[in-house]
Design a protein around this ligand. Sequence first.
Ligand SMILES: [Zn+2]
Length: 255
Amino acid sequence: MGVFNKIPINLKFPIKKLFYFGTYFHCLACNCRIRRFEPAGVDHEAVIKYQIIGGGFYSESLCPVCRSTYRDRLIMWYLKFKIDKKILKNGKIIHIAPEYTLYRYLKRNKNYYCGDIDLRKYPKFKQFVKIDIVDAAFDKNTFDLIICNHVLEHIPDDQKAMKEIYRILKPGGIAILQVPISKKLLTTYEDDTISEPDARQREFGQKDHVRIYGQDYPKRLLNAGLKVEIVVPANGFNYRKHGINKEERLFVCTK
Ligand SMILES: [Zn+2]
């Protein structure tokens, strides 16, 4: 990527679009036709052992033009093709630990807020608010859309976070709550005595993860009061062309 470092930022996008142009692959995040997606991520031992979807290495992960990941693009697919457009335009939205790609798409909405507990990680983001997802400073029934993508696996008391999401979600609103999830584990693996980064990496697949979700993840959401729908693109959808992992599921919650 070094060749693009000296190019002014407003010229980067059109130049990259041209440079990576191809006829097969299509990025739903930046809407570019590209000749490849790039690999990203590292398969730590636990990722392989527990067959974790949404974690570790993925061969067609990054879009070379907009740097979206395969996980961002699955959410982008949902936003572009499944959600009521009125929510995107005017609905009240909170996007927790925001991915730049989704931020760029959503920030045209004046009721869009993104946030994190640590403001310093996002110096360039506007409409940014400090939010602690286990104790969110918002009234109940505030948001039409909540996006929380790969956050809950970092939070020790995830039940509390899920209950907060339930509380601030409007009736009729939607919460997209993605986590890395094991194909093998029926029950979520967590152990709060494992607190050292290296031990967490060994046990949970990443230094700052506190668990590996198993197939009981939807049940944990239900326990917090949320209704869960598991959503995937329709049969015939070309996952490879759009750089989306066909094993990943969207957990779309309502109250
Ligand atoms: Zn892209």
